[in-house]
Design a protein around this ligand. Structure first.
Ligand code: PHE
Length: 350
């Protein structure tokens, strides 16, 4: 072999080595075996040097060894890149694309919010519009204007929490005990005729048990116009209850006392569970009736306190606890479940 032929072979080997690399056609083992191993093309070519004249051999040997180092370095670079890749793959967790996806928990409205929405719907369909008032109230709106004079025994049933702040009349502000406060707020600002409903949170100094809480919710409706009578109250309450619980429910009025109405009545609804058919019904206790609302004709003193002439205007109001409705609607028997935030209860009502 002439030195020129030898150089030609060397550059052909280098070319095929680099084209394999640039086309990503070979891994380290293949490259090593084909070019650098004992029987590799480059190793054989270097062995051929022995047949070349001594004066040329030295130069070609330098070229050949440089080529060997170059190819070895390039092959090793590939090897370390592949090793690093394999390392990454084996330490990363395998993804099983056949597994079902992670369930994303859906939120829902709280049962009390849902109940309030249903009740609001019933009021809106009867033509009442939404009103609201503050939770921190003054003595006037919570009691005095509602015909609970100072020291009136009816105040005892509505003991509440007082705030370290005085109202306009120098009395301690308080957390409202009933949504009836909004009757006063509306009638002070608006002249009759008016037809409003007002849902919201109320507070009382109560020990917590299955049917009492220190914070709960009420809603009530107020209608003031000329010639409003008890018959209007009875029809409206009956239509309201039928909207919420179905057209077969009946309502019954029992005389009762609330300072801001005269006459006043408690309203019972026929038991939606046993329909009055079971002596042992755990909900109505066999009476066939569920006591649900307070109601009555707006007291003349209340109209006067808001600046309206009771000889001209008359009206009715009725109200109820939202927790009580929600307990009936969703079969929940302990009021505490509404604020314990147990997902099992919240998920049940969707
Ligand atoms: N505010 C009364 C209560 O909390 C309920 C009620 C509302 C009674 C409207 C009559 C009319 O007990």
């Amino acid at each position: 072999m002439t030195p020129e032929e030898w150089k030609g072979k060397l550059s052909a080997i280098k070319d095929s080595f680099s084209s394999l690399i640039s086309e990503h056609k070979a891994d380290y083992e293949t490259l090593y075996q084909r070019f650098l191993g004992r029987k590799g093309e480059l190793s054989l070519l270097l062995r051929d040097l022995k047949d070349i004249a001594a004066e040329e051999r030295r130069n070609l040997g330098v070229l050949g060894n440089a080529a060997k180092q170059e190819l070895t370095a390039a092959a090793e670079k590939i090897k370390s890149a592949i090793d690093a890749h394999n390392q990454r793959c084996s330490s990363a967790p395998a993804i099983d694309i056949t597994l079902p996806g992670v369930n994303f928990p859906k939120g829902s409205l709280h049962p009390l919010t849902q109940t309030m929405d249903r009740i609001s719907g019933a009021f809106l369909r009867l033509g009442f519009s939404l009103a609201s008032g503050p939770l921190v109230e003054d003595d006037w709106h919570c009691f005095e204007a509602l015909n609970f004079p100072e020291c009136h025994p009816a105040r005892d049933m509505q003991d509440t929490f007082y705030v370290n702040a005085k109202d306009d009349r120098g009395k301690d502000k308080l957390l409202r005990t009933q949504t009836s406060t909004v009757q006063i707020r509306v009638m002070e600002k608006q002249n009759p005729p008016l037809r409003v409903f007002h849902p919201g949170r109320v507070f009382r100094n109560e020990a917590v048990d299955a049917s009492h809480a220190f914070a709960f919710h009420q809603v009530e409706g107020l209608y003031v116009d000329k010639n409003v009578t008890m018959a209007d109250l009875k029809w409206t309450v009956d239509a309201f209850m039928k909207d919420l619980f179905g057209s077969s429910v009946r309502t019954r009025f029992n005389p009762s006392y609330f300072p801001f109405v005269e006459p006043g009545a408690e309203v019972d609804m026929s038991c939606i569970f046993c329909k009055g058919q079971s002596e042992h019904c755990p909900v109505c206790k066999g009476t066939g009736w569920l006591e649900l609302l307070g109601s009555g004709m707006v007291h003349p003193n209340v109209l006067k306190a808001c600046g309206h002439d009771p000889e001209v205007w008359s009206g009715f109001a009725f109200g109820c606890g939202i927790e009580r409705f929600a307990m009936l609607l969703y079969g929940i028997n302990d009021m505490r479940m509404f604020f314990e935030n147990d997902f099992r209860i919240l998920e049940q009502v969707r």
